[in-house]
Design a protein around this ligand. Sequence first.
Ligand code: BGC
Length: 740
Amino acid sequence: MKRLRFGLLVLGFSASLAQAADPGVAQRVEQLLARMTLEEKVGQLNQLSGKEFTGPATDKVRSMEAEIRGGHVGSMLNIKGVADTRRLQALALESRLKIPLLFGLDVIHGYQTVFPVPLGESASWDLAAIEESARIAAREASSAGIHWTFAPMVDVGRDPRWGRVMEGAGEDSYLGSRIAAARVRGFQGARLGGVESVMATAKHFAAYGAAIAGRDYNAVDMSEHQLHETYLPPFKAALDAGAATFMNAFNTLNGIPATGHAALQRDILKGAWGFKGFVVSDWGSVREMVVHGYAADLPDAAAKALVAGSDMDMESNAYSSALAAQVTAGKVPLAQVDDAVRRVLTKKFELGLFDDPYRFSDAAREQAALNDPRHRRAAREIAAMSIVLLKNEGAVLPLRRGLRSIAVIGPLADARRDLEGGWIVKSGADKMASLVDAVREAAGPGTRVQYAPGCDVACRTTEGFAAAVAAARGADAVVLAVGESWDMSGEAKSRADVTLPGRQGELFAALRAIGKTPVVVINAGRPLIFEDVAEQAPAIVYAWFAGTEGGRATADVLFGDVNPSAKLPMTFPRNPGQLPISYLQYETGRPVRDVKNIVYKSAYIDSPNTPRYAFGHGLSYTTFAYRDLRVSDARMRADGEITLSFTLANTGKRAGREVVQLYLRDPVASVVRPVKELKGFQLVALGAGETRQVSFTIDREMLSFFDRKLAWAAEPGAFELMVGSASDDIRLRQAIELTP
Ligand code: BGC
């Protein structure tokens, strides 16, 4: 099996060390703080954007340069590259105390080398690969003067109408937690202060992913249970992995804007969890508390945000314009301002910026990192690991080599920029291979590859269909590439209707009408709905927006040069009426046991309850058998652990990787528990015919839930363990008992 050839990883990061303060740094921070005026302190809490805006325009400050020189800016975002970061850093060094700037940027899925959008990459379930892509992004970004990325986004997302599911790790809290930690380790490396590391940001704290009706920025209303069990754990995991910063969120949570939410930021994050880094607001979110109706005006918003634990103000100009006066007026304790400044300065010291403010802005390193061919190779491998084979009836895939002709049809067949997805730093589309290019490369000179788009992504007319049908007519194989354009997913890209855009479905029907059975490739940043394709296409490959090498990686999967192993990190619905949707459900008192009998049952009368494709689903070109489940003991003591093991066999003819998934149910508890909850997974590579023993350790933590006293506890009694290949494909089960 192909493994990552490119090893940049430095593992062994200690979680406890991650949040421990260095006494030397603490002393230097105190000495500096003692010299600062209130105005200079507030300056450190002010973050401004460069000319590129990643949010709505705010009132611009008179002169950015003058503000920096005056010591009124602690951090900049949306400035990149050695030349620009050096220029602005030099201005900061002209300020009275010469405190260097922090440069932050949304390095979400790559800097120059673009990896799959985070949701797509999460489908790999390959933590080493995910860590690797973050490491490469950090290496490239840090060489270009960036100290800090606003990633990973660790918001749980269960509603594909919300365009930002693209930036996260999907619907599951456990998978999301593991991925959050991997991304933080990748961005930050072994320790902060390494010149190839950038600070990570766990965002958006908290519950932003649960926006009502999937509409971005919308209110969130959620129980304590849901918050603690589902939405907070990925943040905690990011923190335990050492995340240097957190970003709060645009949403209100049960009536309180996250930016002004003291219980979240002060009590949970900085209190119970002991977070030592700093919290940055989201873009303009301090100011937006006025719009929400939570603050009377900008000064009131500044006071409420700081008191609630928002340390740095991104682009609201609220702290810079009003915080000092609010302190003087007694509305904000100076001690809280000092605490915020301390947190920011600590990170600047830890990054080594006081020793050398330019250490990240190195032209030679920038050249080398941005042109490193290994990055692109890794991008291709990781992209191929992210592509999900949803369906493969009659083993239509992989495509045989040596076919006379292949028609590559569809609005995304020759796309390049779309393959990069949203939130990229700079497009490299001109140096990319589209799917058509990649199929040509892969098929070789003996195969004629014909291309016809049929329509553009919006697909409002069928004018181009005839040419597409003509191209497909004589071809030995037809590949149809449909889906979204890059700018249909992401921030402020909620869709009420997440079906294939425009008349794309009719293009598929037109090819079917001439007796073709196209292999369908779908590019998107979210789960889409494509019922006719799902029913009628023999093979479907979900290729997300797979990045710089997305075209080639897709061809690698189509031709079987890579055996797909990715599994869905989000449930794919059949229709929008099922949204939000997750495999993680609670049993009703009237569950559907027999689809033919739904009278007075918890059912839709016009749709099955089941999704089109379940969480954890994904096929391979080989097959796996699960056998001989054993537990070391069917009874587990409260302080003990047991081992569950089974045999996994590759029963097909090709080497492959299987993501084995462990689910759990607590059938009777003081709070109703989900029907199934992911508790573990392993990615197992097996040669054809090979078998392997796979084991999981079951411990008390795995059996715990957030109980009625709002604390984590495991209740004695029976539990059911389930092992399978997807959440709807459980192969082995075992009952165990937790004894008091
Ligand atoms: C987004 C953040 C992002 C910030 C800075 C905001 O609109 O919500 O995720 O980091 O802009 O670009």
